[in-house]
Design a protein around this ligand. Structure first.
Ligand code: DAH
Length: 348
C-alpha cells in the first residue's frame, strides 16, 4: 500500500470513528489517537522522509490536507458536544416557575402573648406604661411590704416556692403574684404620680390540674396620684372590659379581701357568651370572675414611698391565661405550656 492509499484509509477510519464519538472525553481520546504527537497522522508524516524525493511534495501536501480536514472535523464535533453538554446542564437545573411554591412555616404568637399584647394596647391608651419586674423576689416584697401579716396563710410553704439561700441572707421566693412589682414601681416613681402595667410569670407550689398550673401569668395594674377614687377604678375596668370582651361587656365588683387593698373587690365581667342571661360557661350566674382589685392600702402606699394622706391609688391583678380560657373556650390550662403545636397553631 502506498503512503497515499494509507492516508486515504486513515482519513476514512478517523472520520468513521469521529462519527461515533458521543462525549468530550471520547473526543479527547480520538484527538490524541489521530492528531496527537504520537497519533496516526503524525506517525505517517514522519515516514515522508523515507519516500523518493519525487513523491515527497504530493505526499506532504496530502498529509497536510488530511490533518487540516481532520482538525476541522474535530472542531465541529467539539463545538457540537460542548453545546450539548451545556444544554444538558441547563436542563438538569431547570426550574418550573409555574409550580406552586412551598409555603414557609410561619410562627405565631402564643395565646397568652396575644392576650397580653391586647391588654397592653388597651391600658397604654389609658396612660399605663408596661413595667417588667423580677420573677425571683425578696420575701419582703412578695409579702411583707404588701401588708401581709407575718402569719398570713399565703406565706404557707405549700404555696410558695422558696429559693435556697445561705444562712443569714434574707428569704427569697419565686414571686407568687405580680403585686410585688407595685412596690418596685412606687420606689422608682415616688413622689410622682404613676400608672403602670406589670405583666409576668408567677409561681405557686400547687397541684397541677386542668384549672391550675405551677407557673402562670398575671398582669397587675397600678395607678397612684391625687384624688384617685374607687370610681376611677370602676371606670378603668369598664373601659378595659368593653375593649377586651366586646361592646356591652359590663363589670361588677364584689367586696373581698386582699391585704394590700382597702377596700378590696373581686372583679366579674358579664358573660360574653350569653350576655348575662346565664349559660354553662358562667355557671348560670351571668358573670365571669376574672381578677381582684381595690384601692391601694395606706400601708402599701407608705411602703412604696408615698404619703397616704396626700396620695391615693387603685390596683388590680388578672390572669391572662384565665382570660384566654374564657375568650377562646380552652378546657385545660395545661395546654398553655404543653409545647404542643396543635394547640398554639389554633391561635392565628
Ligand atoms: N395578687 C392577687 C392574687 O394573686 C391579685 C390582686 C388582687 C392584685 C387585688 C391586686 C389587687 O393588685 O389589688 O391573687
Amino acid at each position: 500500500m502506498t503512503i497515499l492509499e494509507e492516508l486515504t484509509e486513515l482519513e476514512q477510519q478517523a472520520r468513521q470513528e469521529l462519527a461515533d464519538v458521543i462525549d468530550l472525553a471520547k473526543l479527547a481520546e480520538w484527538k490524541s489517537a489521530y492528531l496527537g504527537k504520537s497519533g496516526a497522522v503524525t506517525r505517517l508524516s514522519r515516514g515522508l522522509g523515507a519516500l523518493p524525493p519525487a513523491e515527497r511534495p504530493e505526499a506532504g501536501q496530502r498529509v497536510n490536507a488530511v490533518r487540516t480536514a481532520l482538525d476541522a472535523a474535530f472542531a465541529e464535533v467539539e463545538t457540537r458536544l460542548k453545546h450539548a453538554a451545556r444544554d444538558a446542564a441547563l436542563i438538569a437545573e431547570r426550574v418550573d416557575v409555574t409550580m406552586p411554591g412551598r409555603r414557609p412555616r410561619v410562627g405565631r404568637l402564643h395565646p397568652t402573648t396575644q392576650v397580653l399584647r391586647q391588654i397592653f394596647d388597651i391600658f397604654a391608651e389609658m396612660g399605663f406604661q408596661v413595667w417588667e419586674s423580677r420573677e425571683v423576689e425578696l420575701d419582703d416584697y412578695n409579702f411583707g411590704l404588701l401588708n401581709f401579716l407575718p402569719n398570713h396563710p399565703a406565706r404557707d410553704m405549700q404555696d410558695t416556692f422558696y429559693v435556697e439561700m445561705p444562712p443569714g441572707v434574707p428569704s427569697v421566693v419565686m414571686r407568687t403574684h405580680t403585686s410585688p412589682g407595685q412596690i418596685h414601681a412606687m420606689h422608682r416613681y415616688a413622689p410622682h404620680p404613676l400608672r403602670v402595667l406589670l405583666p409576668g410569670k408567677c409561681y405557686r407550689n400547687e397541684q397541677v390540674t386542668a384549672r391550675s398550673e405551677m407557673m402562670f401569668h398575671q398582669f397587675e395594674f397600678l395607678a397612684v396620684g391625687h384624688h384617685i377614687t374607687l370610681g376611677d377604678l370602676k371606670g378603668t375596668l369598664s373601659n378595659f372590659a368593653e375593649r377586651m370582651f366586646g361592646h356591652g361587656a359590663r363589670v361588677r365588683l364584689r367586696p373581698s379581701y386582699f391585704p394590700f387593698t382597702e377596700p378590696s373587690a373581686e372583679m366579674d365581667i358579664s358573660c360574653f357568651l350569653c350576655s348575662g342571661k346565664g349559660c354553662r360557661m358562667c355557671k348560670y350566674t351571668g358573670w365571669l370572675e376574672i381578677g381582684g382589685c381595690g384601692m391601694v392600702h395606706p400601708n402599701v402606699l407608705r411602703n412604696g414611698g408615698y404619703d397616704p394622706t396626700v396620695f391615693s391609688g387603685f390596683a388590680g391583678g388578672f390572669g391572662p391565661e384565665r382570660i384566654a380560657i374564657l375568650k377562646y373556650g380552652i378546657e385545660d390550662i395545661r395546654w398553655f405550656h404543653s409545647g404542643d403545636l396543635r394547640f398554639v397553631e389554633q391561635f392565628g
